[in-house]
Design a binder for this molecule. Structure first.
Ligand code: FAD
Ligand code: EPU
Length: 338
């Protein structure tokens, strides 16, 4: 059933008001294929919606929202070293992570507590605490929005990069991701060197560290600095961490000798955008019903009642200020809609 003028407030974790001209859901691939043949879907802009945790509705969406409700998780194959787990795109990402941990399928534990659905995980190659989905990705199945054909994309074909994939570039808006198959390890290779994971594991007094311990450490760290969207509207990091030539970083160092950076290659480094935004004085900025999170400057927040336009305007002010102060142009990480 296609509804009209559907409120999207409860469908985006920023919790901003917006309306979809048309709205529908699908829970099987056949249902989706039928929808793609429908005149309303053919003749209007389409937006595939998962958990709405990486988008900002700047205004109403004058098209059709297709909310993905495909369900099912299955171990489809195993070999000497790996389990292959296929998940339908509408499964909740964190529930899939917990399912894998319970079954001792290793590799996803550092990605615990990332909001949203499985289908969006390859879109921006989600990442946290030293792991990205490209590290555990095997393949995905997607349906073409024009002719309903289903195609498999391999790891190489997805062109994953930092918060990037082919689905945000050359194949933008062409495919609905139906399922993703992950290749998980039988023998865990723990990644605990990133950020405060080791410190957190020490606090938890664990000796023989398991994938469950790593997930619990990540959950504790994330909960201490990222706002819970159920309480405070947000979409995680609003900007990407910029990659800049080393000279640009050195120029910053002349005034801030403790400026953090992470090496990328011989000529470039990644500078944490959260640090730049904090140094520029925006951290914890409260503009009434919206602002910049006080524990993580990379996260813009809706305290309740803000509009997408206001949050977008705040992001524009931050971009101009960082450009003026550091000569670095921040890029939005969240998808702007409308
Ligand atoms: P949506 O917001 O619904 O959609 C995102 C984009 O993907 C849209 O362009 C949409 O059209 C497209 N899309 C969604 N599903 C499909 C599909 N099936 N087929 C085709 N296109 C599709 N991200 C990280 O990478 N790392 C983090 O650590 C992280 N932490 C976060 C913390 C918080 C508190 C929040 C609120 C967000 C965080 N995010 C993080 C961002 C977000 O959780 C991820 O980007 C997540 O993958 C988005 O999933 P979603 O289902 O909500 O996608
Ligand atoms: N920092 C500050 N002040 C701040 C925030 C950060 O100075 O207010 C500096 C500190 O030097 C800190 C460094 O930034 O050491 C890194 O901070 P953090 O570990 O919190 O990570 P991040 O770079 O801000 C990235 C991802 C997150 C992901 C974390 C953990 C991006 C855009 N963001 O944030 O992803 O969870 O690393 O791996 O790459 C998301 O994409 O929505 C998201 C939350």
């Amino acid at each position: 059933m296609i509804t009209e003028y559907q409120s999207l407030k409860s469908y985006n974790t920023f919790g901003v008001p917006a309306q979809a001209r048309y709205f529908t859901t699908f829970s099987t691939a056949e249902e989706l294929r039928d929808l793609l043949n429908h005149a309303i879907v053919k003749n209007n802009p389409r937006l595939i919606l998962g958990g709405g945790s990486n988008m900002l509705f700047v205004r109403n969406f004058d098209g059709i929202v297709l909310k993905n409700e495909l369900k099912g998780i299955e171990k489809v194959h195993e070999d000497e070293h790996h389990y292959y787990v296929k998940s339908a795109a509408g499964e909740i990402w964190h529930e899939l992570v917990m399912h894998c941990i319970q079954n001792n399928y290793a590799g996803m534990e550092n990605l615990a507590l990332i909001p949203g659905c499985v289908g969006a995980s390859p879109m921006q190659n989600i990442g946290a605490y030293g792991v990205e989905i490209k590290d555990i990705f095997h393949s995905l199945e997607a349906m073409h929005v024009h002719d309903g054909t289903v195609r498999t994309f391999s790891l190489e074909e997805c062109n994953f990069g930092y918060r990037e994939s082919i689905f945000k570039r050359a194949e933008k808006d062409n495919w609905v991701i139906l399922s993703v198959t992950y290749r998980l390890n039988k023998r865990a290779v723990l990644h605990t060197s990133y950020g405060a994971i080791e410190e957190q594991l020490d606090k938890m007094h664990r000796d023989n560290i398991t994938i469950k311990d790593v997930a619990q450490a990540v959950i504790a760290i994330r909960s201490s600095k990222l706002p819970d969207p159920k309480v405070t509207g947000n979409a995680g990091s609003f900007f990407k961490n910029p990659v800049v030539p080393i000279e640009v970083y050195k120029a910053i160092q002349t005034h801030h000798n403790n400026a953090p950076c992470f090496p990328i290659d011989e000529t470039n480094v990644k500078v944490p955008a959260g640090w730049l935004i904090e140094q520029a004085g925006w951290k914890g900025k409260n503009l009434g019903n919206y602002g910049v999170h006080d524990k993580q400057a990379l996260v813009l927040v809706n305290y309740g009642g803000a509009t997408g336009e206001q949050i977008y305007a705040l992001s524009t002010s931050i971009i101009s200020d960082i450009k003026a102060k550091f000569g670095i142009e921040l890029e939005r990480e969240v998808n702007m809609i409308g």
